[in-house]
Ligand binder design. Structure first.
Ligand code: MN
Length: 736
């Protein structure tokens, strides 16, 4: 075919599905590319223009894309391989077309080396993220398909390398974009170079049996065709064999021979409407015996990528099983051309403007949730990776970073030692500043030095990834402890001053332990260090301490109030009762003071009727003791510095219903003693809070009984009662 003939075929193909295409522009693109590539030859010796023409032919024939795509396909190598520039293409054609061409060129420039799975996945994502316009990747795949079709002219090394790349990158992307036919062809072509022997074996076996298989397929096709015609169902039926690579995989994975592969043959029936799909299914099951468990209704439940069809496997007349796929014409196009088919439908409708044009992509993606990870077409969404950026290390590894990432993020993603020794960075071989924002496909190189001073604190603000920030923080934490403490202390003191809190309040022996607990640090230096390296902030420290400081201040104030009000003279006896009646707190009148906090001491548990005295505690109001409690003894009351704290308290008329108190009962142990004690408590209607008992070696027992009691009179009568029990030696109220 001459070049002219090939171009005419292209126009004819485009006209076939898109009569409204801009043929003047398509021709202009062809002529521009022709001139630009003039003198260049392919490895086959043919003029270079053959290649862009063939790529455009694939874009038209296989994918049925729009005029812009055809033009871009024709021009796809001019920016990369000829003096033509982006501006030239933008001016002569359109900025969009120039961007498409530039996009394809960028993908071409991506280095590739075979890596572990995760790296491959990142590389695929990077290609799609870089494509921005989905047409870029579609043209790139077409480009790759033509290169694979003509791979025979390349060196064996290049054949292997390109085939591997195709198998690992382009075939999976084609699959995700739903372009099954292209995917199969890419896989078969790759297999041919990756495992020539395996490929030959399958192809030659298929060739050997070709006659037999073809007879079988023809017979079967006629049977189906005839029956459907009889029934007047409009249809197209054709058979196909599994393609070599999928046979290869099955044979390998399942260790089977060619004859053992179940679904070597598949027939496809394409009908006009969904109703006919189910009619045809009935007919097929009538002619052939269906194999149980092999029927799948992807019309009722489409696959995540939008694929729809009825699948069934039946036993043919010769005992050869085969699969039948039944679908409508529209389902068929979607299945065969995937994304490109959706596109075409949109294009034929009124969908215009990029927004509307990509609507289907979005819809398609929305259906992906819960899809098989292998099948996830998420990767197709043009802005799917908007919050990620994919860059290369100098040796071709893909590093995945958050969008907006800088060389600092990159360095720390490689290793913290690289980050800590970084003195500069190169992007695509040019030195950049450390806040340079990385773009998809950039090759990033970090310059390090053993004499590097380490990260600067500003890096923390420049870094986008929390990983980098935390590694920088780690460094400061470890390397600069003294400096951190000094910086942290300065920041903390400034903040304290700002809040009007004197430093002595913080470091006072009395306050410090409580304050450190509030900020959860073991010492002030630890806290300073944390503030210094940025793991904690002075603001947070002060605001957390503030509450505790305020509590302490309030306590001090209350204490002072109590002391002032009590105005206790150094005295042997608490002051005589003031004439004024005061309101009681929990039944206790504290002389001269309203509303002060009152608590009953645990040591002597006073009850109404007991002689009592009060003690002004540090921070907990007035503690009430029995006057005979050792803790309230005369010596205690007159201890230097303490005398001012003792004050007279008395029982008010509005005591509580009951007060907790404790009794100790010492007895000669005997059987049934506890029972008798319990009986005594019960008959006196005593509310018991708890009984503890302890036996001594010499057959004595001590019971500690906690009760609630109204007053000392009730308590005395209970004590009498207990005293009367046989074996009880002594009933006392413990104190001190
Ligand atoms: Mn090319």
């Amino acid at each position: 075919m001459t070049i002219q003939e090939q171009y005419d075929l292209l126009e004819k193909t485009v006209r076939g599905y898109n009569p409204a295409a801009d043929f003047a522009q398509i021709r202009a693109a062809f002529e521009f590319a022709y001139k630009a590539h003039d003198g260049q030859k392919r490895k086959s010796g043919e003029p270079y223009i053959i290649h862009p023409l063939a790529v455009a032919q694939i874009v038209a024939e296989e994918l049925k894309l729009d005029s812009e795509s055809i033009e871009a396909a024709l021009l796809h190598d001019v920016i990369e391989d000829t003096p033509a520039t982006h501006e030239d293409v933008a001016k002569l054609f359109s900025p969009t077309i120039a961007d498409l061409v530039e996009g394809v060129s960028k993908l071409t420039r991506i280095q590739y080396a075979t890596k572990e799975d995760e790296q491959m996945e990142n590389l695929r994502k990077m290609l799609i993220a870089m494509s921005k316009d989905i047409r870029v990747i579609l043209i790139k795949i077409s480009d790759r398909l033509h290169n694979m079709r003509t791979m025979e002219y390349q060196s064996p090394a290049k054949q292997k390398q390109k085939s591997l790349e195709t198998m690992e990158i382009y075939a999976p992307i084609s699959h995700r974009l739903g372009m099954q036919r292209i995917k199969w062809e890419l896989e078969d072509l790759s297999l041919k170079y990756l495992d020539p022997i395996g490929y030959e074996e399958i192809v030659s076996k298929l060739d050997e049996k070709r006659q037999e298989y073809e007879d079988f397929m023809q017979r079967t096709q006629i049977q189906i065709d005839d029956r459907l015609n009889e029934l007047g169902i409009q249809h197209i039926v054709y058979g196909r064999m599994k393609h070599p690579y999928s046979i290869y995989r099955k044979m390998f994975n399942q260790n089977k021979s060619l004859d053992e592969i179940f679904d070597l043959f598949a027939f496809r029936v394409v009908v006009e409407n969904v109703g006919d799909c189910y009619n045809v299914l009935g007919v097929i099951h009538d002619i052939y015996k269906p194999i149980l468990g092999r029927f799948k209704d992807y019309i009722g439940t489409p696959k995540p990528n939008g694929y729809q069809s009825l699948h069934t496997t039946v036993m043919g007349t010769d005992g050869i099983p085969f699969e039948v796929q039944i679908r409508t014409r529209e389902m068929h196009e979607v299945a065969e051309y995937g994304v490109a088919a959706h596109w075409k439908y949109k294009q034929n409708g009124q969908g215009s403007g990029t927004e509307g044009r990509y609507e289907w992509v979005r819809r398609l993606l929305e259906n992906q949730e819960g899809a098989d990870a292998e099948d996830y077409i998420h990767s197709l969404k043009v802005d799917m990776f908007a919050d990620e950026v994919f860059v290369f290390t100098p040796n071709g590894d893909v590093q995945n970073l958050p969008a907006g990432a800088t060389p600092i993020d990159f360095a720390y993603a490689i290793h913290s030692a690289v980050g800590n020794r970084m003195v500069g960075a190169k992007v695509n071989n040019r030195i950049v500043t450390l806040d340079h924002v990385l773009k998809n496909g950039d090759i990033v190189e970090i310059m390090t030095s053993k004499n590097a001073k380490g990260p600067s604190r500003d890096w923390m603000k420049i870094a986008k990834s929390s990983e980098a920030r935390s590694k920088i923080r780690q460094w400061f934490k470890k390397e600069k402890k003294d400096e951190n403490i000094a910086n942290g202390r300065a920041a903390f003191e400034a903040e304290l001053k700002h809040c009007g809190i004197p430093m002595r309040d913080v470091i006072s022996q009395e306050n410090l332990p409580g304050l450190l607990k509030k900020v959860a640090y073991a010492s002030l230096d630890d806290m300073y260090a944390a503030i210094g390296y940025g793991g904690f902030s002075a603001q947070k420290a002060v605001s957390r301490m503030l509450g505790e400081l305020q509590r302490i201040a309030k306590q001090h104030q209350q204490e002072k109030q109590l002391l002032d009000a009590a105005e206790v003279k150094p005295a042997e006896e608490p002051r005589p009762n003031a004439p004024k009646k005061v309101k009681s707190e929990q039944g206790i009148i504290v002389e001269g003071l309203d509303n002060c906090l009152v608590k009953f001491s645990k040591c002597c548990t006073p009850v109404p009727g007991d002689d009592i005295v009060g003690f002004i505690t540090r921070g907990y109001g007035v503690s009430v003791h029995r006057a005979d409690c050792p803790n309230a003894s005369l010596e205690k009351r007159t201890q230097p510095g303490q005398e001012g704290r003792w004050l007279k308290v008395s029982w008010g008329s509005d005591t509580n219903d009951s007060y907790p108190t404790t009794l100790e009962v010492i007895c000669k142990d005997r059987q049934g003693l506890l029972l008798d004690l319990s009986a005594a408590l019960s008959t006196t209607n005593t509310f018991v809070l708890g009984i503890n008992s302890r036996s001594t070696e010499d057959q004595f027992a001590m019971f500690r009984i906690e009760v609630r009691i109204r007053d000392s009179a009730q308590l005395r009568s209970l004590m009498n009662k207990l005293n009367q029990i046989s074996g009880v030696l002594k009933v006392t109220r413990p104190a001190g």
